[in-house]
Design a protein around this ligand. Sequence first.
Ligand code: NG6
Ligand code: CA
Length: 498
Amino acid sequence: MKFLSCIKVFLFVCVSFLTFGQKPNVIVIYVDDLGFGDLGCYGSKTIKTPNIDQLAKNGLLFTQAHTTSATCTPSRYSLLKGEYAFRRKDTVVATGDASALIPGGQQTVATIFSKAGYNTAVVGKWHLGLGPLGGPNWNGKIADGPLDIGFKEAFIMPATGDRVPCVYIENDHVRNLAIQDPIQVNYLKKIGNQPSGKENPELLKMKHSHGHDNTIVNGVGRIGFMVGGQQALWNDEDMAQTFADKAKSFMVRNQKNPFFLYFATHDIHVPRIPHSRFLGKSGFGNRGDALLQLDDSVGQLMKTLDSLHLTSNTMVILTSDNGPVVDDGYIDGSKENLGLHQPAGNLRGGKYSSFEAGTRVPFIVRWPKKVPVGKSNALVSQIDFLATMSQLLGTTFNEISAKDSRANLSTWLGKNKTGREYIVEQAGSLAIKKGDWKFIRSGKGAKFNPLVNIELGNDLEDQLYHLKTDPDEKMNLASQQKEKLHELKSLLELEMNK
Ligand code: NG6
Ligand code: CA
């Protein structure tokens, strides 16, 4: 009897081990502000992106994949939480001292992985707020951060590269903070005597074109004011490598357990201050150089996977949080040297826009064991990440918390060629895309932002486009196709009221 139960335990351990060994690792490379036309594999003939192109060559490249929003914070919120950010009023681009948009204890894709026995890490840009109401305590333990919503490790920048505080957070503390030099942050008024871009432009190594004239850190004017934390300040030039090293170390340490890595790059967001290895190397200004740096980071991660023999059973997803922008507030040579490069490819608009370039982004899935090589025109939205990963892991999730996320594994793995029936996009105005049609709700916002040189897609009239025959959204068919207009408009309203 005893012998039999010993055998049972042995068999159980063997089976668990086998299952365990088969669990794929998942890496999401979430690039910042990468456009539909920025990569070689998406048709760019200008700036070279060999490592990302290689990823696409061995994976599935999606042509109709969307982020949920044309800016960062709402996209990241939806990606991690599985709920459209437009349902909340506060999911605008978050300040660097915002409180957590996803407070501790809530379900995210990281809790899903964590519960399934994965080791989970976030490395890179956070931009989802930190701390309880009133904001984070920079000088102690930072509550309501990534560790409280499923990540076991975190090495992040709190918001964006152009927002204070310019420090890294390692797990739940500011890295390298000296107790005698505490950090204070203010987004409403100047504090302390640190020079600012507005008062001391002579101290800037990179000038701003609009905004970005508050506290100067590392020769660059930022958004918001900060004092203290001198020893903890990051060095923009080393940021990409710092993140890549952290990600690689996590992979090496977890080579024997399944892991989920959310690698959210600062590249190619502003300020673009690449390392001297890349500066001036693209011939397309700092944006092009940052793209080279991004590609190099991707190459380093993939090389690490290869060297650990993990490539075949690791699902790598590379995508972007929103569409591209050339001048996002700094004079960094990107506008002057753009040449023939088309960040948005042939799409209309860009970052901040309800037109396609705002949310249609590169989306590559590589998983040699399971995903065929090729192209997919299926309609895909990042909103489905949570449910799709849960499906992959064979687990259940709280469908009220992730109310907009749908399991679409067969599409993400290349079997289903159609994908979602429709998707909702958030910019100044909400839009819905279904089949070949796209509807943009009427709204009061400006049509064009001259500072960033982008058509925002807002209009006082409803807009309806037939994307198949009019891919650059030039012919508004709202008054001619009344039935279609009504169908999409009602569908969007239904979604909004869910
Ligand atoms: C804008 C910033 C821009 C960028 C953006 C957020 C100014 C003038 N512009 O307000 O530089 O930081 O916010 O970008 O301040 S995102 O990719 O994080 O959404
Ligand atoms: Ca972004």
